[in-house]
Ligand binder design. Structure first.
Ligand code: EPZ
Length: 406
């Protein structure tokens, strides 16, 4: 019950921060979320020699002029999945990069072959051995890049390398997520020439030099969606402020289909309680379809919907590790290939559960809010990678949730 303001976007922050390596003037980035992935990138940029002034919850100023590093080892890359963006940023900055394969969420194999294919198209020599990607080129040259599948990371990584390549790069079958558009806007604020972001063809005309800028990243689409789902799960009357309703349309449509009252204003969304929540069918798709990152919290919500729901995961083949934990809480769930069959139950019960990945953690928080009794959630560090103090935000809305030291 009440109002909550959403933080800046994690998946935009982890793309925009490395992009500051593409110029030798200070870049100030505002509205960054105070999360572990951002902290990890601050350390990595400092290790590369950049000067980083970071005021958590306020802004970050990055001056890469003194940065000569181009190697990032596994001790750093294991801290966040998005560390692979350092490949594109370092190639764009100095034509060479040695970056260990990332860590991060392990719900699928998560290859980066498309990223490497893109770099090769731009004239890079790629060596991939011992868990490290060695990339180098005398000269980055613009080219056409056609992705075999829509890849957010691949699209972002090629944009980063192409920004300062000689000539024009055209990315076909590009991802269209809000954070792709946000990165394009950031690059253009630095003097880059990126057109078409948000469509499936992005044109990047490389420029020799980029300059510093001040930029505010967009609000977090997935945190917004997670808060909307938590509000619906608890029958709360909640207004989420500082969000972009047009980014939420796929989820909003599904909640309306369930019979939940959703009201959109310019920069806020209000969720109001409805008694019966109907079962629905959900299928994850690339943007603007239903986001795979909301599949897990949505699965939790549907555990107590009225009827049988299905949730099909078309993006990541193994994004189902949260199902066992939900079953421990009384959920009636069957997994058939990549579709979850959920038979809505009257009641869920608190239980000790373990987080396996970031959005599985979000699902367990939602389930814990719905369940009768106490739910103890272990391995919450996964949740802190992508949500800024989630328990404080939910507590301010009346949830009985607290963090305890083990
Ligand atoms: C980004 O991951 C996000 N991570 C993910 O969010 C999000 O789930 C995903 O995009 C889809 O929206 C960040 O932005 C840091 P992809 P990414 O490349 O870039 C396959 C979260 O919870 N693929 O769009 O890794 C891949 O295996 C995280 O915030 C290849 O086969 O996703 C997947 O099946 C989790 N080869 C599909 O494409 C490649 O080279 C889409 O992956 C690249 C991808």
């Amino acid at each position: 019950m009440g109002e909550i303001t959403v933080s800046g976007g994690k998946n935009t922050a982890v793309a925009v921060i490395p992009a500051a390596l593409l110029c030798n003037e200070p870049c100030t980035i505002e509205n960054l979320p105070d999360i572990a992935d951002v902290h990890a990138l601050v350390d990595i940029l400092r290790l590369l020699g950049a000067k980083v002034d970071y005021v958590a919850g306020s802004h970050m100023t990055i001056d890469a002029s003194g940065s000569t590093g181009y190697q990032v080892d596994y001790s750093q890359t294991r801290r966040l999945r998005a560390s692979y963006y350092l490949l594109g940023a370092l190639l764009g900055r100095c034509g060479k990069a040695e970056v260990a394969y990332p860590g991060g969420c392990d719900f699928a194999s998560r290859p980066i072959d498309q990223h490497l294919k893109g770099f090769q198209a731009l004239g890079c020599q790629i060596d991939d051995r011992g868990g490290v990607v060695y990339a180098k080129t005398e000269r980055l040259t613009g080219n056409d890049v056609f992705f075999d599948m829509v890849t957010v990371g691949g699209t972002i990584n090629v944009m980063l390398a192409a920004a300062r390549a000689e000539g024009t790069t055209v990315i076909y079958n590009a991802a269209k997520e809000p954070h792709i558009v946000d990165l394009a806007n950031f690059l253009n604020s630095m003097g880059a020439k990126v057109k078409g972001a948000g469509t499936d063809v992005i044109r990047v005309r490389g420029v020799k030099e980029l300059h510093g800028c001040t930029y505010t990243v967009i609000p977090d689409q997935i945190e917004t969606g997670t808060l909307m789902i938590a509000a619906a799960a608890t029958r709360g009357d909640v207004t989420i402020r500082g969000c972009i309703p047009t980014h939420m349309e796929a989820l909003t449509a599904k909640l309306l289909e369930m019979g939940i009252k959703v009201t959109e204003n310019d920069d806020s969304i209000r969720i109001q309680p409805q008694t019966v929540q109907r079962a629905v069918n959900v299928k994850t798709q690339v943007y603007p379809g239903f986001p795979t990152d909301l599949q897990q919290p949505m699965t939790a919500l549907l555990c107590m919907a009225n009827g049988t729901s299905t949730v099909s995961e078309t993006i990541f083949e193994q994004r189902f590790k949260h199902l066992d934990e939900l079953r421990r809480m009384g959920a009636k769930i069957k997994l058939m290939d990549r579709t979850v069959l959920i038979e809505g139950v009257e009641e869920m019960y608190g239980a000790p559960v373990t987080v396996t990945d970031l959005r599985a953690g979000a699902a367990l928080v939602v389930a814990g809010l719905m369940a009768k009794g106490v739910t103890e959630i272990y391995e919450t560090s996964f949740i802190d990678r992508g949500y800024e103090r989630i328990e404080e935000k939910l507590r301010s809305l009346g949830a009985d949730i607290r963090r305890e030291k083990l």
